[in-house]
Design a protein around this ligand. Structure first.
Ligand code: SF4
Length: 383
């Protein structure tokens, strides 16, 4: 058995939003005060359950990430009570990175100040675009003006580690409009920026529009141009790329998200949350009712569980690691899994190196500049 006693991450899923964005495939429900109160009490119960059963075996929680949904649909008091419950139930590092996602329309300075004073130290705003027509077409709950106001409120509330998320390839978005979005984001000077190509998830409004032939999306070449434009503009503005979609000022990489790509384990709590712990991947039920039923009975709300063999885990570690700019350190994987990744994947690695998508630099395997754009395809070649 592979034993691990290193630090872990903690992900907390808050499944409420004020409105459903047309592209969103996450598990989220409309906010209603009675639902929110019941959920907070269930989430506290799940955290305490993990504490009692020592799920983390005393491992130190180095990062906490409140995601969703929109975690800021909860009150500051509710969010701080959840953070406090984590501190009581787990060993949380004094210097832990504590991130929270927020919708720009749902944050005011006093609210953010309360979070900051209570220990949250990183704020991620789901900006998506600075064009009101694009935001409206995507049915987001906020306007461009509210993003700017939220950034100002965050700064006044003393958040010194701020991320903005953007999406490229939104319906009707031109390359010049995408450039303008990037430039506005850069002007706001966040420490961290992430941009993602629009993906069409089953079950979303956009998926229905595409299936019904009512919406045409960009082809891959146009999306690749937008991606390259984003990369060039952020680099020129002094941001360092550290993952396919993630850029940061020096010293501001998101430690929690980096963990997902560097074979670090994490526990997810809340409905639909995924976990990777003690070599197993598992996910929680994606239903508020079922979540309540299980947690109230003192049962972990797990729906699916897969225990990975060393071979599968090695494969995943390489596939995810190729998303990072620094690549995969083969020595540490060899020590962890007693398998040599270069030997194990010799054939696909040789092919990808020959085609220019991957570079093998001594013991480090990494995607080339062009290969980063194809990180999903590289993963498929290995998985
Ligand atoms: S605010 Fe975020 S989580 Fe909520 S529907 Fe929009 S994209 Fe999804």
């Amino acid at each position: 058995m592979i034993s691990r006693d290193d630090d872990v991450g903690l992900y907390l899923h808050v499944p409420f939003c004020d409105r459903r964005c047309h592209f969103c495939g996450f598990f989220t429900r409309a906010r209603r005060d009675d639902r929110v109160a019941a959920f907070v009490s269930d989430l506290l119960a799940e955290i305490q359950l993990h504490g009692r059963t020592n799920t983390l075996r005393g491992r130190t929680v180095e990062t906490l990430y409140f995601g969703g949904g929109t975690p800021t649909t909860l009150s500051s008091g509710q969010l701080l009570s959840i953070l406090e419950a984590c501190r009581r139930s787990f060993v949380v590092d004094q210097a832990a990175e504590v991130s929270i996602e927020a919708n720009p329309a749902s944050v005011e300075e006093s609210f953010l100040r309360a979070l900051r004073q209570g220990g949250f130290n990183r704020l991620s705003l789901g900006a998506q675009s600075f064009d009101d027509a694009e935001l409206k077409a995507a049915n987001t709950p906020h306007t461009a003006r509210e993003i700017v106001q939220a950034v100002g409120a965050a700064r006044r509330a003393d958040f010194a580690n701020l991320n903005l998320d953007l999406i490229y390839g939104l319906p009707g978005q031109s390359l010049s409009r995408w450039r303008a979005n990037l430039d506005t984001a850069i002007t706001l000077a966040p420490e961290h920026l992430a941009f993602y190509g629009l993906t069409i998830e089953k079950g979303t409004h956009l998926h229905r529009e595409v299936e019904g032939g009512r919406l045409n999306l960009y082809d891959e070449d146009a999306l690749a141009d937008m991606y390259q434009e984003g990369r060039d503009r952020l680099k020129a503005a002094g941001y360092l790329q550290y993952e396919v979609s993630n850029f940061a000022r020096s010293g501001h990489v998101c430690r929690h998200n980096l963990g997902y790509w560097t074979d670090r384990e994490w526990l997810g709590v809340g409905p639909s949350a995924h976990s990777y712990l003690d070599g197993a991947r598992f996910s929680a039920v994606a239903s508020l009712e079922e979540y309540h039923r299980l947690v109230s009975a003192g049962v972990p709300p797990i729906e699916e569980r897969e225990v990975g063999t060393p071979d599968l885990r090695l494969r995943e570690a390489v596939a995810f690691g190729l998303r990072t700019v620094s690549g995969v350190a083969c020595t540490s994987l060899r020590e962890r899994y007693c398998l040599d990744p270069i030997e194990r994947f010799r054939e696909p690695i040789e092919r990808l190196v020959r085609d220019g998508w991957v570079v093998l630099d001594g013991e480090v395997l990494r995607a080339s500049d062009d290969g980063l754009l194809l990180a999903d395809e590289l993963a498929v070649a290995l998985l």
